[in-house]
Design a protein around this ligand. Structure first.
Ligand code: GCU
Length: 592
């Protein structure tokens, strides 16, 4: 009898998770999947709310229905008689009884697979919040931590004609995680992005990046390619038909790198030009639509393709009333369309990596993006395991979106108190971002010194752009200190006001002094833009926030009702508050 299914042992083993944590799925397991054929495993999965983690404790994945003598074991589960849950979705939105559930859910489904000869096969999970343990055909494949980035498990040789996959998703908030147990947004749970089977040739392209070479006068393109498989040497080829480029890629010991002369039309919000790029090695062919642009800072200026710009932005969470974090493409397009209606050229996707579909749509619609990992508030900056978790999420985000022209800034966090431990933790993240992607800008939404009224965060030394959250007129009730703050500050780098704003319950009216009214929000917005438009080193703003969002910290029954109501629209985006038009006008007239 396998001891792990000895029901008495399973009850007494409080370190049951250790055996699963030994197999961590990290960014190293990522494969390049753009433009590849994918077979969907979306749909109805059986699921069980497993509050006490009995599945992991008692190794349900081994499906030990009989003992070694063929006698039937008593079972506490029956996978295919459970109720079903839609994948992808957040379970919170799939039924009132699941809304506030935090804990483990066991997802499972069966599926058929037809092998097509010698191939490598992976299963991709677009995102699972927060901790995912994956099993296939009675084998444990690994554990991924991080609620907003994709991960891949190789299933070559494990797949059969008939298969059972099990995923244990646990969204419990923990102080040691990234983010911690305390945030200002709703903690959705589940397999909330696509699950897909990806078939690859035995030798395949594992990584591929292509970018304009910074400082090359927009006339050189750098391509890097990494292959995995039995043949790691040979000739590949890069094709950009519209630029008349067909370029040989010499792959040696699994890697190729080349710089190619080219004069592409440059990508910008006004001209979101994309080129179809194709790369071939052996039997593997990949392709994706690529925009070529250069983003850099010079003194306190931000330059896109050599011209000064002002980032006319708005912040947004990844959420819809109907779908939670499992937003649809239509909802993403709606958000970007609203931003453009506000005369935005930029959005801050807060506070964690949004779906990869967002950056792809932003490439097409012409919206520059700030993408962020959830190093949010009081992270355990002394905890090495926490750092590894944060760094892995950052590298997963960079590897996922590094070919997206719309992404111009990687953010390593938000509103973290300036301590020595935090400085070491976040400067390391900033340097990691630079190492993995020297072509983009690195920033963070920093706190300000409201005692001495000055922008003075030690992390700024490691950033290209200083992000600054300030709520003068709202949390900082004496608005006059905002002007003092800017007069006292002498930053040598561009500053983005990454947040300002005020609560306003949609339709709730009063005087400018009545907190929580549209009139108060309008007054604060008018005063803010009046000041921000005058500060020479401020090169962009992304007010907080496009639309109201669910937040368990916001319990004022009249102006909040478990929502953060700082939106410029209400939660279902059916109503624009008056302050929306303040930003629309400000962005129409502001110059870099
Ligand atoms: C903070 C934080 C946001 C939060 C906002 C608020 O700056 O970054 O996540 O929602 O302020 O208080 O509404």
């Amino acid at each position: 009898m396998n001891p792990a299914v000895n029901f008495v042992d399973a009850l007494h083993n409080e370190s049951f998770e250790d055996r699963y944590l030994s197999k961590r799925i990290t960014h190293q397991s990522m494969i390049y999947d753009h433009g590849r054929e994918k077979e969907s495993l979306n749909g109805n999965w059986h699921f069980g709310i497993d509050q006490y983690d009995t599945c992991l404790r008692a190794d349900w994945y081994k499906e030990s229905y009989e003992d070694s003598e063929g006698r039937t074991n008593p079972m506490d589960f029956s996978f295919d008689e459970w109720e079903t849950m839609t994948v992808p979705s957040c379970w919170n939105t799939q039924g009132e009884k699941y809304f506030y559930y935090e804990g483990s859910v066991v997802y499972t489904r069966t599926f058929q697979y037809g092998n097509r000869g010698e191939e490598r096969v992976f299963i991709k999970f677009g995102a699972v919040n927060y901790d995912a343990k994956i099993f296939l055909n009675r084998e444990y494949l690994g554990c991924h931590k991080g609620g907003s980035t994709p991960f891949y498990v190789e299933v070559t040789g494990i797949l059969k004609k008939y298969n059972r996959i099990i995923a244990v998703a646990n969204n419990t908030r923990k102080p040691s995680q990234v983010p911690t147990d305390n945030t200002d947004w709703f903690n959705y749970g589940g397999i909330y992005r696509d699950v897909e089977i990806i078939r690859l040739p035995e030798t395949f392209i594992k990584n591929f990046s292509i970018t304009l070479v910074p400082g090359s006068g927009f006339s050189k393109i750098k391509v890097e390619l990494e292959v995995e498989g039995s043949n790691r040497n040979g000739l590949g080829e890069l094709t950009i038909e519209e630029l008349g480029i067909t370029f040989p890629l010499e792959v040696s010991d699994g890697r190729a790198s080349a710089v190619i002369d080219a004069k592409p039309e440059l990508w910008s919000p006004e001209h979101p030009k994309l080129y179809k790029v194709k790369a071939v090695f052996e039997n593997d062919v990949i392709s994706e639509n690529i925009g070529f642009r250069e983003i850099r800072v010079e003194g306190t200026d931000i330059l896109l393709n050599g011209s000064k710009i002002f980032l006319k932005g708005i912040s947004a969470h990844e959420e819809s009333v109907l779908n939670g974090k499992a937003v649809t493409e239509a909802e993403i397009i709606e958000n970007f369309t609203l931003a453009k209606e506000m005369n935005c050229n930029y959005m801050r996707l807060a506070h964690y990596p949004h779906t990869e579909k967002a950056a792809k749509i932003a490439d097409e619609m012409g919206i520059m993006l700030w993408e962020e990992i959830p190093v949010y508030w009081a992270i355990q900056f002394h905890n090495e395991a926490t750092y590894q978790d944060a760094e892995n999420q950052l590298i997963e985000l960079i590897k996922r979106d590094r070919n997206r022209a719309s992404v111009i800034i990687w953010s390593v966090g938000n509103e973290n108190a300036d301590t020595d431990a935090r400085l070491k933790f976040m400067s390391s993240l900033a340097m990691t971002a630079k190492k993995w992607d020297p072509t983009r800008l690195v920033s963070a939404a920093c706190l300000l010194d409201h005692v001495n009224h000055v922008i003075d965060d030690r992390l700024a030394e490691y950033l290209d752009i200083i992000g600054a959250n300030q709520y003068y007129g709202w949390y900082q009730t004496d608005f006059t200190n905002l002007i003092k703050l800017f007069e006292n500050s002498k930053p040598a780098k561009p500053v983005l006001i990454t947040e300002f704003g005020a609560d306003a319950k949609a339709g709730h009216r009063g005087t400018a002094d009545d907190k929580g009214t549209e009139d108060c929000q309008l007054d604060i917005y008018k005063k803010q833009v009046e000041v921000l438009g005058q500060i020479p080193y401020i090169k962009g703003t992304s007010p907080w926030i496009l639309y109201d969002f669910r937040c368990p910290r916001r319990l004022h029954p009249i102006t909040q009702d478990y929502y953060n109501t700082k939106g410029l629209l209400n939660a279902d985006k059916s109503y624009k508050k008056p302050a929306f038009y303040v930003m629309q006008d400000f962005y129409k007239n502001i110059n870099p």
